[in-house]
Ligand binder design. Structure first.
Ligand code: HEM
Length: 308
């Protein structure tokens, strides 16, 4: 794969969506939330992370729409995000930053960069050139599984009615040092619900934030953290490829969201949900996208915190 820098990629995102000063360059539209997580002590057999101590851990959360458009319509057939920051018993932090698609649209940062370059609006029309998008898809087969998933699944009717996937492979490290490849997802106890085709046409541009705030006022919202245990040969460094069916799954804990609020001035606003912020007992895989994200988030974070 060609060498791609975080500055290049964040610059290309800005070329597509423009810059909203002081805001995230990607997933710009979003909503803050607060809650807690209780991990299952049984998972300690796989990971010595304090996430699975069984203690109640405070969580700062952010729900979002992919892309750098702060006014993206909530009906857009783009990914939704759920970002979590857990405060561990020793004060350490664990981040988990997920999307509502089982796979990502790039196996290498170069694919993500090529997509942004293809999406850049043509100065003559103010719109992306369909021929460039077509050429990108034809030359980057790794972009197709996620694009096909997004095309064939309507967006959720509420942030509370979506599953969110970790997508990357991570390594659980046990007390004895034993390493287990895992993937995880957070499954909503409210059930999965998607907009109907009619709702897709009739819904206003903004409903996700309001619905989440209203839902938390009616009571706590729960997700089960489900961990899939990898088997030898399962792809560990390619976030565009799902694991085969039939893998062992373990319920690893419960996330509870108890309140939600607009992001301005709330706790999640200033958090950089860098997915490589990890505690003892959970380690990254060699997934080149996972490795790259950390530097891209840092570039975006430094800009927005500096008011740029
Ligand atoms: C080459 C790949 C990727 C690039 C370049 C990228 C870039 C970014 C950037 C620049 C931000 C804003 C960071 C900030 O200012 O705090 C962001 C946010 C986000 N990304 Fe990515 N990303 C990539 C892949 C992924 C993947 C694979 C996932 C999920 C598994 C993901 C999920 C999210 C979420 C949920 C947010 C919003 C976090 C928040 O609420 O603060 N991204 N991404």
């Amino acid at each position: 794969a060609e060498e791609v820098t975080a500055d290049q990629v964040v610059g290309a995102i800005e070329d597509v969506f423009g810059v909203t000063q002081g805001q995230r360059r990607n997933h710009t539209k979003g909503t803050c939330a607060q809650g807690e997580f209780v991990g299952m002590t049984e998972v300690s057999a796989y990971s010595r992370s304090p996430l699975f101590s069984g203690k109640r851990l405070p969580v700062v959360a952010r729900f979002s729409l992919a892309g750098g458009n702060p006014k993206a319509p909530d009906t857009a057939k783009t990914p939704r995000g759920m970002a979590l920051e857990f405060t561990l018993p020793d004060g350490g932090l664990q981040h988990i930053t997920m999307l509502n698609t089982p796979m990502f649209g790039a196996a290498q940062p170069s694919t993500f960069l090529a997509q942004m370059i293809a999406m850049k609006p043509d100065p003559a029309t103010g719109k992306p050139d369909p021929a460039k998008i077509r050429a990108f898809i034809d030359s980057h087969p790794d972009s197709r599984p996620q694009a096909e998933f997004l095309a064939s699944h309507n967006p959720p009717s509420s942030y509370a009615n979506s599953t969110y996937f970790g997508i990357h492979t991570f390594k659980f490290v046990g007390r004895d040092g034993k390493v287990t490849p895992v993937r995880w997802r957070f499954v909503p106890r409210d059930g999965e619900k998607r907009l109907s085709d009619a709702e897709l046409k009739s819904s206003p541009p903004d409903f996700l934030e309001r619905r989440l705030i209203e839902r938390t006022r009616h009571g706590k919202v729960h997700w089960d953290m489900i961990v899939t245990i990898g088997e030898p040969g399962d792809p560990e460094d390619n976030p565009t490829v799902s694991w085969p069916e039939g893998r062992k799954e373990v319920r690893a804990g419960t996330l509870t969201i108890s309140s939600a609020m607009p992001q301005h001035g709330a706790a999640c606003e200033q958090v950089n949900f860098d997915p490589l912020v990890m505690a003892e007992g959970i380690e990254p895989s060699n997934d080149p996208i996972l490795m790259f994200r950390s530097s891209a988030y840092a570039v975006s974070f430094v800009k927005r915190i500096g008011g740029l």
